[in-house]
Each structure stands twice: as structure tokens, then as C-alpha cells.
Ligand binder design. Structure first.
Ligand code: GLC
Length: 497
């Protein structure tokens, strides 16, 4: 039997729940390290101290010996300091290092997009060059040498290139390997060629063939694909999708194809302390698969909160999403008038493209009795919707993994999803014949296909016996991080040989 090896892992991410979150990456960045630590490994996390992170609330303190560490960004020398805190879980201690630099992070109101212009911050290249280089500067200052640096998404895309070039001869870095996790290929960190100079990488990387350029531009995601020791995506099915699909990958599929031997998929889990209808601290009334009738109390409270009237046997459809095309919001907008002809209530929570804000605000005015929305982010409301809705809509065009469809299932909120990416790995189509399955799945990315599947769900909703079956099947599903964290440990082992 192989002896259990205890790994040292530095997990690097640009967002981390509950400190700061724009998407599922934040949830994974907390839950996975937490579970790895519970399984006996030593994990530390590095994340920028974004301006919106509350130092006091989270007891984030200075680290005296980690002050004013220099990083080169082009000709500039920028300084960062490190602050520290822990993940909030009482079970194990996971230390967090916050990269503190006022100019690039501490003074910004949001993570990637300038709230005033609505566009990406113009210096996003410099900001994430800093984060990627800080990984190595931090390690050398700490004298704590991890076995694995686990980097996530384009914001850390340069780190593998740095390890393989600038830092390759440093003895203390010679042992560790980089696992790069792709949470989303729709965001790649693409910058003009002139960004190259700021990276400080050797000239030999300034090309499309062997370097970090893609179509003549600096592409942080491509850099990761070229230089990481191992690459994974957040679901097995997405790892297959991206080899085939040019659209989904902006053309990076060819490179992914070449990297097939080091590319794998590990499905995300969910944090079962946070997302559990039996102990959810936000919702109106806790419930379980043994007393699903009590879910109705949440439905009533939810509708009241959104100013809609509760009526028995009228299904409530929930939607929590970034409002953009990749999440299938265009399809939802297209079917909306038709959907409003049905006897339903629809609730929407999310933010995104301005055009969708306008479209759904208009629908809100047009259908005040059936539809209500909250354009913003609220963790609490997300819990309320997952607990109170009957059906959850997730018609994504692309979905690396998706978390809400899993949250929905454990709350007995039946998901309707499109057959793509991680949705395929986490939702099983319900069959009236066998009584098996946890949700509804449609294939073609077309408004009619979505509407057809909604109508099928609404029909089964009327048949309480069948509906309870599909609800209960979902509530019983095991989405805990245990097995996925173990799959990551296997990956680390494989990389380290
Ligand atoms: C990104 C993906 C989503 C995934 C999440 C966490 O937000 O779009 O599908 O669940 O990352 O990995």
C-alpha cells in the first residue's frame, strides 16, 4: 500500500469566499483548500487584498517580516506586503496570505472591471503580472517550499511561464510543480503585444509558436496551457468539450488538443456546510428530504420578499446568474413573453450586461404579478431562491462546471439545464418511466428547445408523485468535496511522480 503523503500546496486565486466573490471561482477557492486540509494536507492560499475586503471584519493582520517586497513590472519596481488571516471554518486552520498593494488592488472598488467606465481596468495586465510574480517572491521570503502551486484561471496564467524561465535555476524552486485549473475559458486575459515587455519574460516567448502570444496578442490563459505541468478543468465533460470547440475556447482548442496527455477534468463539489437545507442559516425555514412539505414555507416567504403573490400549485422558477450570453440569458429573454403566458412565478437574481438589465427591468414592469428581479449580488437571496423555488433555470451556452444546479438539487429545486460542460456531469435527465433522474436537460441552444423542456417540467410539476420523486432524487445526490478533493490529490501525486 502506498504511504499517505502529506502535500504542501500553495493555492493561488484572484477571489476567495467569503472575503470577495464575483463567481464560482471564489467558492471553489475556499471549499477545495478546506477539504484538502481536512484530508491532512498543508494548504495555504494566496489572494490579492482587494479594496472591498473588510480587514477588520475578517481580522486580517500585518505580517511584520513580509513587508515591501519588490516585484518588477516592466521598468517599474512595485512593492507588495503580505497580510494574513484564516479561512473561517472551525474544523481546520487554512492560512491565507493577502497580497497587499494599494495601487493595484487595495484602492480598487471592484475586481476586474472599472465600475465607472464599465470596462476592464486598463492595467489588468500589470495587476496580474504582480500576482503571478508575487507567488515566487513570497515563497522565497517565507522559506516555506510547497510541493505544488495550484494556480487558477487566466489571472495566474503567467505563473507557469515564470517558473519555466525566470525562476528555473533557483534551487529552491526546482522541486515544485504547477497544476493549472481552468474555471472558465471565456475569459483569457488578452492584452496587446506591448504587454509582453512588462512581463519580463525572455524574448523567446514573444511568439505564437512556442510562446505566450496567441494571434499576435499576449494571452495569459495560453501561457498557462503552454507551461503548466498539468492542466485540469472543473468537470470531465468540459475537458472534452474544449478540445473540440473553437467557439467555446476562442481558438485555444488546438493547443488543448496537443496538451491532451496532461489535461483532465475534476468535477467541483459544493460546500455542504454552506449549502445544506437542514442547517442553512439564511433561509426562512430549514427542511430536509424527510419533510419536503416545509419547503413551501420558504416559497411563501420568498415570494413575499419579492412582492409576488403565493398561490398553491403555481410553480416558482428561479434564476441566479451572471447576465450574459454565455449563460444563455439571450434564450431566456427570447422565450420570456411565452413563459409569461404560463401560470408561473419567475424570480431573477444577477448582474451583467447592461442590455440585459434593461430588458429584464422592462419585463418587470410589464409582468408585475408574475416576475420580479434583483439586479445585484446577494448571497442571502441566493440561498432564499435555492430554498424557495420549485424549478431552477440554467440554460448555459457554455458551463465549465456550474454550482447553482448542484445547490438547487440538494434544496429540492429541480434544475432545467442545457446539455453542456459540467451540467452534463451533475444533472441526470428525469425519466417518467423509471422514476430516475434529478432534472431536465435540453440539447440545442435554441429558444424553442428551452421552452419545450420548461413545458415538460411544468407538466410533470402537476403530477405531485413524480415531482416529489425528482426532487428527492436530487436531494439525495452526493456533491460533497470529499471525492473531488481526493481526485485532486491523485493529480498532485501524478504530477510529482
Ligand atoms: C466559473 C465557471 C463555472 C464554475 C466556476 C467554479 O465561474 O463559469 O462553471 O462552476 O468557475 O469552478
Amino acid at each position: 500500500m502506498a504511504s499517505a503523503r502529506r502535500f504542501k500546496i500553495l493555492f493561488v486565486t484572484s477571489e476567495l469566499f467569503p472575503f470577495i466573490k464575483t463567481g464560482g471561482l471564489a467558492d471553489v477557492s475556499a471549499a477545495l483548500p478546506q477539504m484538502l486540509a481536512e484530508l491532512g494536507h498543508e494548504v495555504r492560499i494566496l489572494v490579492p487584498r482587494h479594496g472591498a475586503i473588510d480587514n477588520r471584519k475578517y481580522k486580517i493582520h500585518d505580517v511584520v517580516r513580509l513587508k515591501d517586497i519588490p516585484v518588477k513590472i516592466g521598468d517599474k519596481e512595485a512593492l507588495f506586503s503580505v497580510r494574513s488571516s484564516f479561512l473561517p471554518s472551525p474544523k481546520v486552520k487554512v492560512q491565507i496570505y493577502f497580497l497587499d498593494n494599494l495601487e493595484y488592488f487595495g484602492s480598487r472598488k471592484s475586481l476586474y472591471i472599472d465600475p465607472i467606465s464599465g470596462l476592464d481596468y486598463q492595467d489588468n495586465d500589470e495587476r496580474f503580472i504582480m500576482l503571478s510574480r508575487a507567488v515566487f517572491e513570497l515563497i522565497s521570503k517565507l522559506g516555506w517550499i510547497p510541493d505544488i502551486i495550484h494556480c487558477n484561471d487566466w489571472q495566474l496564467g503567467l505563473a507557469p511561464a515564470y517558473l519555466k524561465t525566470l525562476y528555473k535555476d533557483e534551487p529552491q524552486f526546482s522541486q515544485f510543480k504547477i497544476l493549472f485549473t481552468i474555471h472558465n475559458l471565456a475569459e483569457q486575459g488578452i492584452f496587446p503585444k506591448s504587454t509582453f515587455e512588462k512581463t519580463g519574460l525572455p524574448e523567446s516567448l514573444m511568439n505564437d509558436e512556442k510562446g505566450i502570444l496567441f494571434n499576435g496578442k499576449v494571452n495569459f490563459m495560453k501561457s498557462a496551457l503552454m507551461f503548466a505541468d498539468s492542466i485540469n478543468t472543473v468537470s470531465p465533460n468540459y475537458s472534452k468539450d474544449i478540445i473540440k470547440d473553437k467557439d467555446m475556447t476562442g481558438g485555444l482548442n488546438k493547443i488543448l488538443e496537443k496538451k491532451k496527455s496532461i489535461l483532465s477534468g475534476v468535477v467541483n463539489g459544493i460546500d455542504t456546510d454552506e449549502w445544506n437545507p437542514e442547517k442553512d442559516k439564511y433561509i426562512f425555514k430549514q427542511f430536509s428530504s424527510k419533510n419536503i412539505e416545509e419547503k413551501i414555507e420558504n416559497t411563501k416567504a420568498l415570494l413575499e420578499r419579492f412582492g409576488l403573490k403565493y398561490e398553491e400549485n403555481v410553480p416558482v422558477i428561479g434564476l441566479i446568474s451572471r447576465l450574459n450570453d454565455s449563460k444563455g440569458i439571450d434564450l431566456v429573454a427570447e422565450i420570456f413573453p411565452k413563459l409569461m403566458e404560463e401560470n408561473v412565478r419567475v424570480l431573477l437574481l444577477g448582474t451583467g450586461e447592461k442590455k440585459y438589465h434593461r430588458i429584464f427591468e422592462k419585463f418587470g414592469q410589464k409582468y408585475p404579478d408574475k416576475f420580479a428581479l434583483y439586479l445585484g449580488f446577494s448571497d442571502e437571496l441566493a440561498h432564499w431562491i435555492e430554498a424557495g423555488a420549485d424549478i431552477f433555470l440554467m440554460p448555459s451556452k457554455y458551463e465549465p462546471c456550474g454550482l447553482n444546479q448542484m445547490y438547487s438539487q440538494v434544496y429540492g429545486t429541480v434544475p432545467i439545464v442545457r446539455e453542456t460542460g459540467g451540467l452534463v456531469d451533475t444533472v441526470e435527465k428525469f425519466s417518467e418511466k423509471t422514476g430516475e433522474g434529478t432534472g431536465f436537460i435540453f440539447k440545442d441552444y435554441k429558444a424553442e428547445a428551452l421552452m419545450k423542456e420548461i413545458l415538460r417540467a411544468l407538466k410533470i410539476f402537476k403530477d405531485k408523485k413524480n415531482w416529489h420523486k425528482v426532487m428527492k432524487n436530487g436531494m439525495k445526490a452526493d456533491f460533497s468535496w470529499q471525492s473531488s478533493a481526493k481526485a485532486y490529490i491523485e493529480l498532485y501525486k501524478k504530477i510529482l511522480g
